[in-house]
Design a protein around this ligand. Structure first.
Ligand code: SF4
Length: 235
C-alpha cells in the first residue's frame, strides 16, 4: 500500500535522467533529474523537448527511484532540473522521497514560481538560480510579461533564506554588451548575491532559430570584485 507521499511523488513527470554528474551540484557527485514542463519560452532555450507538460518518452518514477536506491553511498545528491521543476505540484513529495534515501537535494530553477519556491526551501540544500536579465527586460527573453518580477522575487526569497545559492546569467544576444552586463552585475551585487556565474550563450540549438550568435563574453576585472565567488563559464 503506497503512502500519500509515494503516490504524489509518482506523479512527477520526468523527461530524462543523468545518472552521474560532476558539474551540476558544486562539490558533489549527483544524479540530475530533468523535470518536464516550463511556463516560459526563452529564445535561447536548448531544452525544447522539456518544455511541454508531457514527455515523448517519459521516465517512470519507479525507474528513477530504483536507480537511486542502487547508487546509495556512491552519489551525494540529486539535482532537480528542467524544464522548470517548480512547475510540477509533485516536486515537494519527490524531494521528500529522495531525501529519505539519504541524498542532498539540489534545485536548478528559473524562479518562475516564487510562491512554490518558498515552501520548498526546507527541502533543498543548494539552489542554482538563473537570472536572465534586468527585471524589465525579461519579456524579451522569456516571452512572458511578468517573468522579471517573478524571477527577481525568487532571488529575494533565496537571499533572505540564506540558502546555499549560485546565481547564474546566460546573457541573450542583444542583452550581452558590456554596459548592460555592468548594470546587471551591479544590481545583483547590490541585492547581496555572493556566488555568481556568467555563462556563455550558445545558440546552435536555440528555440528561436532567428537568434543571432552570441558575442564572446568579455568581463572587466572589476566585475569579479563585488562577488565572493565569481565564475566565467565560456564552455
Ligand atoms: S526557463 Fe529554462 S527551460 Fe524554461 S524556456 Fe527558459 S531556458 Fe528553457
Amino acid at each position: 500500500m503506497l503512502t500519500t507521499l509515494q503516490t504524489e511523488a509518482k506523479r512527477l513527470r520526468i523527461g530524462g535522467v543523468t545518472a552521474l554528474s560532476t558539474i551540476d551540484y558544486p562539490g558533489e557527485l549527483a544524479a540530475v533529474v530533468y523535470c518536464q514542463g516550463c511556463p516560459w519560452r526563452c529564445r535561447y532555450c536548448h531544452n525544447g523537448h522539456l518544455l511541454t507538460a508531457e514527455a515523448d518518452a517519459p521516465i517512470a518514477w519507479d525507474q528513477l527511484r530504483g536507480l537511486l536506491e542502487r547508487r546509495q553511498g556512491l552519489l551525494d545528491g540529486v539535482v532537480f532540473s528542467g524544464g522548470e521543476p517548480t512547475a510540477q505540484r509533485a516536486l515537494p513529495a519527490a524531494m521528500r522521497e529522495i531525501r529519505a534515501l539519504g541524498y542532498k537535494i539540489g534545485l536548478h530553477t528559473s524562479g518562475a514560481y516564487p510562491e512554490r519556491l518558498h515552501p520548498l526551501l526546507p527541502l533543498v540544500d543548494w539552489v542554482g538560480l538563473d537570472i536572465k536579465a534586468l527585471p524589465e527586460d525579461y519579456p524579451l527573453v522569456t516571452g512572458a510579461s511578468d517573468s522579471g518580477n517573478k524571477a527577481w522575487h525568487s532571488l529575494r526569497l533565496l537571499l533572505d533564506a540564506d540558502i546555499a545559492l549560485e546565481v547564474r546569467t546566460t546573457p541573450m544576444p542583444g542583452l550581452d554588451d558590456t554596459d548592460y552586463l555592468n548594470r546587471l552585475l551591479q544590481r545583483l551585487a547590490g541585492e547581496g548575491v555572493g556566488d555568481y556565474a556568467l555563462q556563455q550563450c550558445r545558440t546552435a540549438y536555440a528555440l528561436d532559430r532567428q537568434l543571432p550568435d552570441a558575442r564572446e563574453l568579455q568581463v572587466a576585472d572589476w566585475a569579479h570584485q563585488p562577488f565572493k565567488h565569481f565564475k566565467l563559464r565560456q564552455g
